[in-house]
Design a protein around this ligand. Structure first.
Ligand code: NAG
Ligand code: NAG
Ligand code: NAG
Ligand code: NAG
Ligand code: NAG
Ligand code: NAG
Ligand code: NAG
Ligand code: ZN
Length: 924
C-alpha cells in the first residue's frame, strides 16, 4: 500500500511533461496489470497451417485518470470486434468500450482509447482476441521439431521463449519486468499432446467446440513478470525425480532421448535443495519442470517452474558426452535454478540491472556445482574463466558498465553479454572474498526476503549487504558497499595497478589507471576503482588469505589516491598482489620484481606460487606485452616455465592468450618460429599425459581430464609428438566399424580433436563419413562436436558447400546450432578467408535467416574480428559494416567492439611483430 501511494506521487510530477503523442520506449505508468487470464489454442497437426490464437483478459488497475491503455503487441492479429472493456470495481459499475486504437511499431505499442475516461482507483477488465502464425523463429511462441526414428516421421511441438521482450509476440501484455501479475493460463490443443506451463495442471477437459481437442487449465501463478511466462504443447516423455519432501521435479525430452535425462533429473533436485538451504527460502512453486527443446537459440531460460534448455544443456549420454559437456550442463542447470530466486522471486526493476540476476546466477552456479561435485574442482576454473573473459571484453573502450541505462529492445538484447554475466559474477566473488562468507550470505538472504515477489535495483542489494557486513564486522564502519561497488558496476572497465617497489626502504608505490587495449587512447582520467589489496611475499606465501590488507581508495570526485605499502621484504624476494585473483584487476611490477618471479617460476619452486596466481601472471604479462608495456622477452620467459607446469589453470590462461597471437601470426612468415616455440612448451605436458592415448580411466583427478583434452587439442594443431598419427589411427578404426553409429572406439574426451584432425588431414570420404554420422546421431553433444569438426577441412570446395549448408535451413543444421558451424569454418586458416567472403557477400540473406534473433550476428563476427589484422583489411571491413547497417540492426555494440578489436590487431602487428619474432627466435 505504501508503494502504491509513492507511485501516484511520482506520477503527478511526471505527467506534466508528457507530450501529446506518446513515443517513449517505456510504458506509461498510469495503469498496471493486476492479473492475466490467458487462453491459447495451438494448431500443430497440420504442417501446412501452424498457428495459434486465443484470448487474454487483463485486470488493470488505474493509477491516474486516462483515456488510453498502452500495452505491447507485436506481429499479432487482433480481432477488434471482440475487444471488450468493462469496469470491475466501484458501485456505479458501468460498461466502457474502446473507441479507437492505434499502433506504434517503433515501440511495439498497441494503444486503445476508451470511450469513457478510466478512473484512478478503479479496476477494469480488458479482453482481447489475438492470433498469429506459429513460426520456427526461436523467439516468442514458436514451433520446433524432431524426427521419430521408428515411424520416420517429423513430430512438431510448440514452446515459448520470451526474454527479454518477446512475450508481446505471443499475446498482448504489459511486457516490462516491473509489471508482475499472477497468470491463469489455459491451453487448448489436440488430445494426442500434453500441455505444460509454469504451474501444475488444475483441470483437463474435452474442448467445448473442437473435436479431439482438450482444454487444460493450470493453477494460478504467483506474481510473475511476463518474460518468465512459459508454456508448451508437445508429445514428450518425462522423468520424475522428486526428492523426499522436495518439490515435484520432472525432466522432459523427446521420447527417443528420454534416457539422456538421467543425469539432469538426478542433479536438478539436488541443486534446488542446495539453494533452498543456502537462502533459507523454500522453492515457492508446487512443481518445477525442465525441458530440452530441439530448436533453441541460447543456452537455457529460467521461466518460473518451467525451465527450457537447448538439448546440449540438459541431455547427457555417458557414451557420447565428454566431461566438458557434462560440466557445462551442470553449470547451466545450476545457473537457471539460481534464477528461481534471483530473477524470478526478486526481479530487477528494469533491464538496467540485468546483471543483478545474471551475475548472481553465474556466481552462485559456481558455488553450487563445487558443492555437489567437489571432485571436479570446478570453482577455481569457473572463476578464472569468468575473469579471463572480462579482462578481454572490458579492456575495450567500447565496453560498457555492468549497470547502465537501456531503452530500446535491441539495447536490452545486447546487455546479455560477458559484462552482465562474467563481470557481474567476478565482482560478486570479489565481494564474497572481502566480506567473508557469513556476511555475504546473510546480506543475500535479507535482500531476498525483503524483495520477494517484488522488483529491486542494485542499491537495494548494496544496502542489505552493507547492513550484514557492518553487523559481522567484516567491513570497516566508515566504508559502505555502495561506494566500493559503484566503482565497479557504474564504470566501464577495470584497473591495472602499477607496483613500484623501493628495495631500500622496503616499500611499494601503487597507482592505478584504466586498462585499455587500444594504445592510441590515453588512460588518464578514465576512472578510479576501490580496490581491495591482498598480497603476499616469497617468504610468506600466504595466498589463502584473500581478505584485503589495504584498500586503494578514490576521492569523492573520482580521483585515484596513490598508495604506499610498508614492511615489504628485501630485494631478494618477490611480492604478488591480488591473492587468487580475488578482484578483477591487473598488476604490473617493476623489472626487479618480474625478474624474481621469473626465477621462481622457472625453478623447482614454481608451485610455491598459488596456481590461480600462476594463471594471473601469465595473463597479465601477455597483455602487457601485447600493449607494449613489457617486452615479449620478459613475457616469453614467464611462459617458458610452462614446460614444468602440470595444472589446468595456467594452461587455460596461456592458451586463451596465445590463441589470439596465433590467429595473427599464422598468417605471417614468422609462424614457423611460433610453432617451434609452442611445440617446445607443449611437448613435456603432452608426454606427461600420455598424449592422445586413451588413459582416461586411470586419471584420478577430473581436472586433469580437462587438461588432457585441451593439451591434445593444441598438440594435434601443432603436430606435437604422435598426436596426428594417433588421431588418424583412431578415426580409421572408427571408419572400419561395422556399425559406427553404435560403436565408436575414439575416447570421448578427445573426439573433437580426433575428428577435426582427421577432417583436416583426410579425404572427401572422411568428410562424408562424419556428415552421415551427424545426420544419424541422436545425441546433441555429439552433433555439436561433429558440426564443429566438419569446419576443419582445408578443401575450398568442401568448405564452400558447408557454408551453404549452414544457412539453408534444410539439410539438418538447425538455426539455433548454425553459429557453431560457421564459427568452426571461420576459425581455421583456409576457412577464415572463405567465411569472411561468404559473410560479406551474403549479409542480406544471413540477416533475413536470423531475423534479429538475440546474439546471432555478433556470434558470427567473433571469429572474423580476431583474424583481420592489416590496416587495409580493417578499412575494408569497416566500410562493409557501415554499408550494411540495415542488415546489422541490433548489433551496434558488437560492431563497435569488432572494429576496436581489429584495430588492436593492427596495432599489434605494427608495433610488436618484429620484436615478437626476435624474442621467439631467441628462445628456440
Ligand atoms: C493518449 O492518447 C492521446 C491521443 O493519441 C495522446 O495525445 C496522449 O499523449 C496519450 N497519452 C498517453 C499517456 O498515452
Ligand atoms: C524417412 O523418410 C524420408 C522422407 O520422408 C526418406 O527420404 C528416408 O529415406 C526415410 N528414412 C528411412 C530410414 O526410412
Ligand atoms: C518430511 O516432512 C515431514 C513433515 O514436515 C517430516 O516429519 C519428515 O521427517 C520429513 N521427511 C524427510 C525425509 O525429510
Ligand atoms: C604504469 O606503468 C606504465 C608502464 O611503466 C606507465 O606507462 C604508466 O604511466 C604507469 N601508470 C601509472 C598510473 O603510474
Ligand atoms: C627509495 O627511497 C629512498 C628514501 O626515500 C630514496 O632515497 C631512493 O631514491 C628510493 N629509491 C628509488 C629507486 O626510488
Ligand atoms: C590453503 O588452503 C588450502 C585449501 O583450503 C589448504 O589445503 C592449504 O593447506 C592452505 N595453505 C596454507 C598455507 O594455509
Ligand atoms: C601412445 O601409445 C603408443 C602405443 O602404446 C606408444 O607407442 C606411444 O608412445 C604413446 N604415446 C604417448 C605420447 O604416450
Ligand atoms: Zn541467466
Amino acid at each position: 500500500m505504501k508503494w502504491f501511494v509513492l507511485m501516484v506521487i511520482a506520477l503527478g510530477l511526471g505527467l506534466a511533461t508528457t507530450s501529446s503523442t506518446y513515443n517513449h520506449y517505456r510504458l506509461p505508468t498510469s495503469l498496471r496489470p493486476l492479473k492475466y487470464h490467458l487462453r491459447v489454442l495451438t494448431h500443430l497437426e497440420n504442417a501446412e497451417n501452424f498457428r495459434f490464437g486465443g484470448n487474454v483478459k487483463i485486470e488493470i488497475q488505474i493509477l491516474e485518470n486516462t483515456n488510453n491503455i498502452t500495452l505491447h503487441s507485436k506481429e499479432l492479429t487482433i480481432d477488434e470486434t471482440k475487444t471488450t472493456l468493462r469496469q470491475m470495481s466501484g458501485e456505479d459499475s458501468k460498461d466502457n468500450c474502446v473507441f479507437s486504437t492505434e499502433v506504434n511499431t517503433a515501440n511495439d505499442f498497441y494503444i486503445l482509447h476508451s470511450c469513457k475516461e478510466l478512473l484512478a482507483g478503479h479496476v477494469y477488465e480488458l479482453s482481447l482476441q489475438f492470433s498469429s502464425i506459429l513460426l520456427d523463429r526461436l523467439d516468442g511462441y514458436y514451433r520446433s521439431s524432431y524426427v521419430d526414428p521408428v515411424a520416420n516421421e517429423t513430430r512438431w511441438i510448440s514452446i515459448t521463449h520470451f526474454e527479454p521482450a518477446s512475450a508481446r509476440l505471443a499475446f498482448p501484455c504489459f511486457d516490462e519486468p516491473g509489471y508482475k501479475a499472477p497468470f491463469s493460463i489455459t491451453l487448448e490443443y489436440h488430445k494426442k499432446f500434453t500441455g505444460v506451463s509454469n504451474m501444475p495442471v488444475k483441470e483437463t477437459k474435452p474442448h467445448e467446440s473442437l473435436t479431439d481437442y482438450v482444454c487444460t487449465e493450470f493453477q494460478e501463478s504467483l506474481p510473475i513478470s511476463t518474460y518468465l511466462v512459459a508454456y508448451s504443447v508437445n508429445d514428450f516423455s518425462h522423468k520424475p525425480s522428486t526428492l523426499p519432501n522436495g518439490t515435484l521435479f520432472r525432466t522432459w525430452a523427446r521420447p527417443n532421448a528420454i534416457d539422456q535425462c538421467d543425469y539432469a533429473a538426478e542433479f536438478g533436485p539436488k541443486v534446488l535443495k542446495y539453494y533452498e538451504e543456502l537462502f533459507g527460502i523454500k522453492f515457492p512453486l508446487p512443481k518445477i519442470d525442465q525441458i530440452a527443446v530441439p530448436d533453441f537459440n541460447i543456452g537455457a531460460m529460467e521461466n518460473w517452474g518451467l525451465v527450457t534448455y537447448r538439448e546440449t544443456a540438459l541431455l547427457y549420454s555417458a557414451e557420447f558426452s565428454s566431461l566438458k559437456d557434462k560440466q557445462e550442463l551442470a553449470n547451466v542447470v545450476a545457473h537457471e535454478l539460481a534464477h528461481q530466486w534471483f530473477g524470478n522471486l526478486v526481479t530487477m526493476k528494469w533491464w538496467t540491472d540485468l546483471w543483478l540476476k545474471e551475475g548472481v546466477a553465474t556466481y552462485l552456479a559456481t558455488l553450487c556445482v563445487e558443492n555437489i561435485h567437489p571432485e571436479w574442482r570446478s570453482m577455481e576454473l569457473e572463476s578464472l574463466v569468468n575473469l579471463l573473459s572480462i579482462f578481454r571484453k572490458d579492456s575495450l573502450e567500447s565496453s560498457h558498465p555492468i549497470s547502465r541505462p537501456v531503452g530500446k529492445v535491441s539495447q536490452i538484447s545486447e546487455s546479455f553479454d560477458e559484462i552482465s554475466y562474467d563481470k557481474g559474477s567476478s565482482v560478486l566473488r570479489m565481494m564474497l572474498l572481502f566480506l567473508g562468507e557469513e556476511a555475504f550470505r546473510s546480506g543475500l538472504k535479507s535482500y531476498l526476503n525483503k524483495y520477494a515477489y517484488k522488483n529491486a535495483e542494485q542499491d537495494n542489494l548494496w544496502e542489505s549487504l552493507t547492513q550484514a557486513a557492518h553487523k559481522t564486522g567484516s567491513l570497516p564502519k566508515e566504508y559502505d558497499i555502495k561506494t566500493i561497488m559503484d566503482s565497479w558496476t557504474l564504470q566501464t572497465g577495470y584497473p591495472v595497478i602499477n607496483v613500484t617497489r623501493n628495495y631500500t626502504t622496503r616499500t611499494a608505490k601503487l597507482s592505478q589507471e584504466r586498462y585499455l587495449l587500444n594504445t592510441d587512447l590515453s588512460r588518464t582520467h578514465k576512472g578510479c576503482w576501490w580496490v581491495p589489496l591482498s598480497y603476499t611475499s616469497q617468504a610468506e606465501k600466504d595466498f589463502n588469505n584473500t581478505a584485503p590488507k589495504e584498500w586503494m581508495e578514490c576521492t569523492e570526485t573520482g580521483e585515484s589516491v596513490p598508495k604506499t605499502i610498508q614492511d615489504l621484504p628485501g630485494p631478494d624476494q618477490w611480492v604478488i598482489f591480488n591473492n587468487q585473483l580475488s578482484a578483477p584487476y591487473k598488476v604490473n611490477y617493476d623489472a626487479q620484481n618480474w625478474k624474481l618471479l621469473i626465477e621462481t617460476l622457472n625453478s623447482e619452486e614454481y608451485q610455491s606460487i598459488h596456481v590461480v596466481n600462476r594463471a594471473q601472471l601469465i595473463d597479465d604479462v601477455l597483455y602487457f606485452a601485447w600493449t607494449g608495456e613489457q617486452d615479449y622477452e620478459i613475457a616469453l620467459q614467464v611462459i617458458s616455465y610452462l614446460q614444468r607446469e602440470r595444472e589446468l589453470l595456467p594452461w587455460k590462461s596461456v592458451f586463451e592468450n596465445l590463441k589470439l597471437v596465433n590467429r595473427i601470426v599464422r598468417q605471417t612468415p614468422s609462424f614457423g618460429f611460433f610453432k617451434s616455440f609452442l611445440k617446445k612448451i607443449i611437448t613435456p605436458v603432452y608426454e606427461h599425459l600420455n598424449g592422445i592415448n586413451d588413459t582416461f580411466s586411470s586419471i584420478p583427478q577430473q581436472d586433469q581430464v580437462l587438461l588432457k583434452t585441451m593439451v591434445v587439442n593444441w598438440a594435434c594443431q601443432y603436430q606435437v609428438g604422435d598426436c596426428v598419427p594417433q588421431a588418424l589411427a583412431y578415426y580409421r578404426n572408427w571408419r572400419s566399424e561395422a556399425n559406427p553409429d553404435e560403436k565408436n572406439p575414439v575416447p570421448i574426451n578427445v573426439r573433437s580433436t580426433v575428428y577435426c584432425t582427421s577432417i583436416k588431414h583426410g579425404s572427401d570420404s572422411d568428410w562424408e563419413f562424419l556428415w552421415t554420422r551427424y545426420k544419424r546421431s541422436n545425441v546433441a553433444a555429439e552433433k555439436r562436436t561433429i558440426l564443429t569438426a566438419l569446419g576443419c577441412s582445408r578443401e575450398v570446395w568442401v568448405l564452400r558447400r558447408y557454408l551453404e549448408l549452414i544457412f539453408d535451413g534444410k539439410e539438418g543444421i538447425r538455426k539455433g546450432d548454425s553459429k557453431w558451424a560457421f564459427q568452426a569454418v571461420a576459425k581455421t586458416e583456409v576457412g577464415f578467408v572463405l567465411a569472411k567472403k561468404y559473410f560479406m557477400d551474403n549479409i542480406e540473406s544471413i540477416s533475413a535467416y536470423y531475423n534479429q534473433l538475440l546474439k546471432s550476428i555478433p556470434r558470427l563476427l567473433e571469429p572474423l574480428q580476431k583474424q583481420i589484422y592489416t590496416r587495409k583489411d580493417y578499412e575494408e571491413f569497416k566500410t562493409f559494416l557501415a554499408d550494411s547497417q540495415e542488415f546489422l540492426k541490433g548489433s551496434a555494440e558488437a560492431i563497435q567492439q569488432t572494429l576496436e578489436i581489429i584495430l588492436t590487431n593492427v596495432q599489434w602487428q605494427e608495433r610488436n611483430y618484429d620484436q615478437f619474432t626476435r624474442a621467439i627466435k631467441h628462445l628456440l
